[in-house]
Design a protein around this ligand. Structure first.
Ligand SMILES: NC(=O)c1ccc[n+]([C@@H]2O[C@H](COP(=O)([O-])OP(=O)(O)OC[C@H]3O[C@@H](n4cnc5c(N)ncnc54)[C@H](O)[C@@H]3O)[C@@H](O)[C@H]2O)c1
Length: 347
């Protein structure tokens, strides 16, 4: 009989940090696949205009458990992308960072369990590996070097423990350094490629910590979002920690400055600062497990990704640094670019 077939109910995914860089792109990917998407963000990072149309969005904090529990109702899959992803700052503002990395995760996890979600996908960070030899592999014993990495690892432990006790599936995604449009570019504490692009577009010098020989590997956001999206349903991902990011094309921070300069069309002037405490010299992950489980294959080159990032910042408008975060522990080690002209923000 025509029209009698029941329309299958759409699955609902709930994304924390949906006004952020990764969370907003993930929301787009789920909307394109026909999912119902709900999400929250407390707007400590990210931008409100990142939230894609079609997302049922509320400004809320992951630490506000009763509210998160209510907003999460009906979600079968939960992605926890919210975090204060400020690795360098975490030794100077450890309370602020860990509140939004560790406690925020328990809030999300508790709400997911109360709502009987099927699966919880947790965004961890390469900072969990810390001082290990590269490329980082999932079977290495984590050796995080700072409160952010230590917090991310603690959060993973909480996710696994609570998921196993209460019987929901968990996945830990470990992304690399990601770049692309919607990335926060006007705070001075993180996102080196976005900072370089924003500064070069204003004709300003680029801050470099140490001699700029630190090596990193970058992924374009779409190359991370696709494998991440598949973690919602792929049965092989349940109970796994999975790195997501290329394991070749290491580049130094100095080389990155040159590459962004070539795209903007400005020869970069470097502003050298003392090394940041605890900064790891080389950081890249093995992608072997992601290739095997998720068919992971990066498609966007670094230059293409940087061009997209520069074009987005150019269109949105370059901005001066906004020192919006509190510095809890001042002292001679605090990097100068993190101090506003009026001095550090205090709690
Ligand atoms: N971007 C990267 O290079 C990268 C690399 C590795 C891991 N990660 C991880 O991926 C996730 C997303 O990172 P991103 O680059 O999109 O960062 P982002 O800062 O752009 O997004 C995070 C969002 O979380 C929100 N948030 C923070 N604390 C919150 C809280 N307590 N309650 C509600 N919202 C809160 C912020 O306002 C922000 O919009 C994070 O967990 C981060 O640690 C990112």
């Amino acid at each position: 009989m025509v029209g009698s077939a029941a329309v299958p109910a759409r699955e609902r995914v709930f994304i924390s940090g949906v006004a952020g860089f990764l969370g907003s792109h993930l929301a787009d990917a789920f909307l394109a696949e026909g999912w119902e998407v709900a999400g929250i963000d407390n707007l400590v990072g990210g931008y409100l205009d990142n939230v894609p149309e079609g997302v049922s969005f509320q400004v809320a904090d992951c630490n506000d458990l009763p509210r998160v529990r209510a907003l999460m109702a009906g979600a079968s899959v939960v992605y926890h992308c919210a975090a204060t992803a400020y690795e360098g700052l975490s030794v100077f503002s450890p309370h602020f960072v860990t509140q939004n990395v560790v406690t925020a995760t328990t809030g999300m996890m508790s709400a997911a369990i109360a709502n009987r979600a099927r699966r919880f996908v947790h965004c961890s960070s390469m900072a969990r590996y810390g001082a290990n030899p590269v490329p980082f592999t999932e079977d290495q014993t984590p050796r995080p070097q700072d409160p952010y990495g230590i917090g991310k690892l603690a959060a993973e432990g909480l996710v696994k423990n609570l998921a196993e006790v209460h019987g929901i599936e968990w996945v830990v995604a470990v992304p690399h350094n990601i770049l692309g449009p919607r990335q926060k570019y006007d705070d001075p504490y993180r996102n080196v490629a976005a900072i370089f692009a924003n500064r070069l577009l204003q004709g300003l010098p680029l801050p470099i910590y140490g001699d700029g020989s630190q090596e990193r590997c970058f992924s374009f956001v779409s190359d991370v979002v696709e494998p991440l999206r598949r973690m919602a349903t792929d049965p092989r991902c349940a109970g796994e920690v999975i790195n997501v990011g290329p394991d070749d094309h290491l580049i130094t921070v100095r080389e990155l400055a040159e590459r962004v300069g070539a795209i903007v069309g400005v020869a970069p002037t470097l502003e050298l600062h003392p090394p940041r405490p605890c900064e790891v010299a080389r950081a890249t992950c093995s992608a072997a497990k992601a290739r095997a489980l998720l068919g992971y294959e990066p498609r966007v080159s670094l230059d293409e990704g940087l061009r997209a990032l520069v074009a987005w910042i150019r269109a949105r408008g370059p901005r001066p640094f906004h020192h919006h975060l509190e510095v809890e522990l001042e002292g001679p080690l605090l990097p100068r670019p993190w101090v506003a002209a009026s001095g550090p923000r205090r709690p």
